[in-house]
Design a protein around this ligand. Structure first.
Ligand SMILES: [Fe+2]
Ligand SMILES: [Fe+2]
Length: 198
């Protein structure tokens, strides 16, 4: 067993020196604000991913399919772009980063080929589906937010359509699919975590 040694001077510091998180959940308004902030960021990232894909594959046979998904992302983004000022929610501070990272992810996977681009779509859209499903569940308990829940459910259905398009375009036959998919999902979850907070 370890023996106690002399206490570190820092341990004797008055409690006010310690930074503590406030207890309890964020108030309801704050949590809806977080939802809107992360959703706007996510749809912005999605638009940039498809822009990156189109820059590479826009003239390929997959071009019109990618453009269809891109147009839907533009509509999703426009909706949240409108909701943020309406609800007085500030956008994420990370937009310049998502601007670059989204485009880079879309273009890089597209450069690996159409299947890799579709694998990117499947990974991102599956992550967004789970994210929206979680939000819809929370909003279930808030009758005054029924409109927002309907919007999220409608977008979620379109994200699932995008996932299915990716699967139909042989996403799972992309080179190193499990690794690629896991990396993109991890990145997407990190992006969600960051955009909720910053
Ligand atoms: Fe979307
Ligand atoms: Fe999507």
């Amino acid at each position: 067993m370890t023996r106690r040694h002399a206490p570190d001077p820092d341990d004797l510091a008055p409690p006010k020196r310690r930074r503590r998180r406030l207890p309890g959940d964020p108030p309801a308004e704050a949590s809806v604000a977080r939802m809107l902030r992360v959703d706007q960021a996510g749809e912005y990232g999605a638009r940039r991913i498809y822009e990156g894909q189109l820059a590479v594959l826009g003239r390929s046979k997959a071009g019109p399919t990618i453009r269809h998904m891109y147009e839907q992302e533009r509509e999703h983004l426009a909706t949240f772009d409108g909701l943020l000022p309406e609800r007085r929610v500030r956008p994420t501070l990370l937009s310049p980063f998502w601007h670059m990272a989204g485009f880079a992810l879309g273009a890089a996977t597209a450069l690996m080929g159409e299947r890799a681009a579709m694998a990117c779509t499947v990974a991102v859209e599956e992550t967004i589906d789970r994210h929206y499903a979680g939000q819809a569940e929370v909003l279930e308990t808030r009758p005054e937010e029924a409109g927002l829940r309907d919007t999220i459910e409608r977008f979620r259905a379109e994200e699932l359509e995008h996932r299915d398009i990716g699967l139909a375009h042989e996403a799972e036959q992309a080179p190193a699919y499990p690794l690629l998919s896991a990396a993109i999902k991890a990145g997407s979850r990190a992006a969600i975590w960051l955009s909720e907070r910053f």
